[in-house]
Ligand binder design. Structure first.
Ligand code: 173
Length: 323
């Protein structure tokens, strides 16, 4: 081999070696969670972060920079959309300013595993891509209903005379039953109840005790309604900048995270016991009142999606709903 060729070969090999570490470089994703660190609703994401960091060494690392005191819950959608953070664990109700039709997720009658097969996930992801520059990586909360919690009796599907703390999850439903609504982030629920500013609030079946809210809550109304959605979103530019291995790894972790939704039935049952042990009563609606309660929840929910996002509502209902 001539000297020049040898040199060229050596250079090429050198380039290969120097290119290799760059391709395999670990990416660090800055993440925030909309829910109180350590609380039941935040826990699935915290387990996800632990697992990604344990199994993703050299590939992907998540730096969980904080909870709702780092970025206010209703600002988190903006932050992940703009790339102020790379990843967020947040419910659609907190980013309805960017994606109003996100309201439809709580109305889904299918599990995420089913939605990944029937094209529902593609539609949800497409809307997140186009309208808020995010990638819809995974959903937790499947199999967790929301409830109304109250300090005054509720014996009918009628909320006249009650002022209730809401987010976009509950507003259309409670108002359809003549309730008054006032919106607050979770951090203000305790004082809102303590001061009697509200007579009740919406929240999932999980997490009341670890937030201390049983201290200011007399009762829960059954049945629960809807399905909680708390989602892992990535900034879309960040997602696109990852290499194939990093994306495949995150998809595998997302599949694992969604498989943990199967644990929710048991967690829900534990929460019901804990609420009872804390002295909380239950008002159970039955027969026609129960039917009215559940039908109003669903129809007020879809009417709201249709009102705020007429372009997407029919497509969403077709993919997400059995009715
Ligand atoms: O704050 C809320 O009541 C709310 O909208 C919500 C949504 C998902 C999980 C927990 C709370």
């Amino acid at each position: 081999m001539k000297l020049l060729n040898k040199l060229a070969a050596a250079l090429a090999v050198g380039m290969l070696f120097s290119a290799a570490p760059a391709a395999a470089q670990e990416v660090t994703l800055r993440a925030v969670t909309a829910f109180q660190p350590g609380s039941t609703v935040a826990r699935p994401f915290e387990r996800f972060v632990e697992k990604v960091n344990a199994e993703g060494k050299g590939l992907v690392k998540i730096n969980l920079i904080g909870g709702p005191s780092a970025i206010p819950p209703f600002e988190i959608g903006n932050a992940v959309s703009a790339g102020v953070v790379d990843m967020a664990f947040v419910t659609t109700a907190f980013y309805s300013n960017l994606l109003p039709e996100g309201d439809a997720l709580k109305l889904s009658d299918y599990t995420m595993q089913e939605l990944r097969k029937n094209g529902g996930w593609e539609l949800i992801n497409e809307l997140h891509n186009k309208k808020m520059n995010t990638w819809y990586l995974a959903r937790t909360g499947d199999g967790v209903p929301f409830h109304l919690y109250v300090n005054k009796p509720v014996t009918k599907a009628d909320l006249s005379g009650l002022t209730l703390r809401v987010t976009p999850v509950y507003r259309a439903f409670f108002e359809a039953l003549n309730g008054n609504s006032i919106q607050t982030p979770p951090s203000e629920v305790y004082t809102t109840l303590e001061r009697g500013v509200a007579d009740g609030y919406g929240w999932p079946i999980q997490g009341i005790l670890d937030l201390g809210w049983h201290e200011v809550t007399k009762a829960r109304v059954d049945p629960g309604f809807y399905n909680v959605d708390v989602n892992v979103l990535l900034n879309l530019d960040k997602w696109k900048s990852l290499n194939d291995d990093q994306r495949a790894f995150l998809n595998k972790m997302a599949e694992w995270l969604e498989s943990t939704n199967a644990e929710n039935a048991a967690i829900n049952a534990e929460e019901v016991k804990k609420q009872a042990a804390a002295g909380m009563k239950v008002y159970t609606l039955e027969g026609a009142e129960r039917e009215k309660w559940l039908n109003t929840a669903r129809e007020a929910g879809w009417a709201q999606v249709t009102k705020v996002a007429p372009d997407s509502a029919a497509r969403l209902r077709e993919k997400l709903s059995k009715n």
